[in-house]
Ligand binder design. Structure first.
Ligand code: B16
Ligand code: MG
Length: 218
């Protein structure tokens, strides 16, 4: 029986993935490392430090820089990102998200947020949808990022819901892998090439509906 839906943030609730890309592009340019939208796909759902490691791997490699220098660069990226996300308003909710949150609430189905972003609570507040979430995972307390199932398990365990009764919604390959590893059903938003492990693939969040959820778990 469907008891919970767990949403990713970046690329599902709002397009903050675009701001991550903008911020990392500035950093990569300064480092003289090539970085484009294709390579950025690898960074989705991945922690800040692992994102930097992946960018360095496209250049001199992750072991070419001291940990202190890496921390300094990761902090700089976050400062740029924080400036960009100040612009977010409720208008930046992706299509279909608010109606889905409302429909889930009406049906008494629990809703959680599984974002590995430490900026997630700030963004959810800016979007004005905090009250629709029964639980928001604390990224700082999650040891292993997606594709490990930890953040999705943390969400459903906190809601007291079994994996069989829960659906995860993701836009990243690592995120779909995390949902499946948690034993949940996965809705993938994006291209079928990246979402092939998902149980259902939607071209856009505008296609999200109770019907989609109820088809997966009735
Ligand atoms: P921060 P999600 C992830 O959020 C992003 O997809 C990923 O690109 C980012 O590096 C990560 O959060 C950490 O974000 O630097 O803000 O802590 O997709 O899990 O909502
Ligand atoms: Mg995402």
């Amino acid at each position: 029986m469907l008891k919970a839906v767990v949403f990713d943030l970046d690329g599902v609730i709002t397009d903050s993935a675009e701001y991550h890309y903008e911020a990392w592009s500035i950093i990569a340019k300064e480092l003289g490392i090539s970085f484009d939208k294709d390579y950025n796909e690898k960074l989705k759902g991945v922690s800040r430090m692992e994102s930097l490691n992946l960018i360095l791997d496209n250049g001199p490699g992750r072991y070419s820089m001291s940990e202190d220098k890496k921390n300094e660069i990761a902090t700089k990226k976050n400062e740029i990102y924080k400036e960009l996300i100040k612009k977010i308003t409720p208008d930046d909710l992706l299509p279909g998200i608010l109606p889905s949150l409302k429909a889930l609430r009406e049906k008494g189905i629990k809703v959680a947020l599984a974002s590995v972003s430490k900026n997630a609570p700030f963004i959810i507040n800016r979007l004005g949808v905090k009250d629709y979430f029964d639980y928001i995972a604390d990224a700082a307390k999650i040891e292993r990022s997606k594709p490990f199932p930890d953040i999705f398990l943390d969400c459903i365990n906190s809601l007291g819901v079994a994996p069989n009764d829960a659906i995860g919604v993701e836009d990243a390959e690592a995120g779909i892998a995390a949902i499946k590893a948690a034993g949940m059903k996965a809705v993938g938003v994006g291209s079928s090439a990246q979402m092939h492990e998902a149980d259902v693939i939607l071209g856009s969040t505008s296609e999200l509906s109770m019907e989609v959820f109820e088809k997966l778990i009735s």
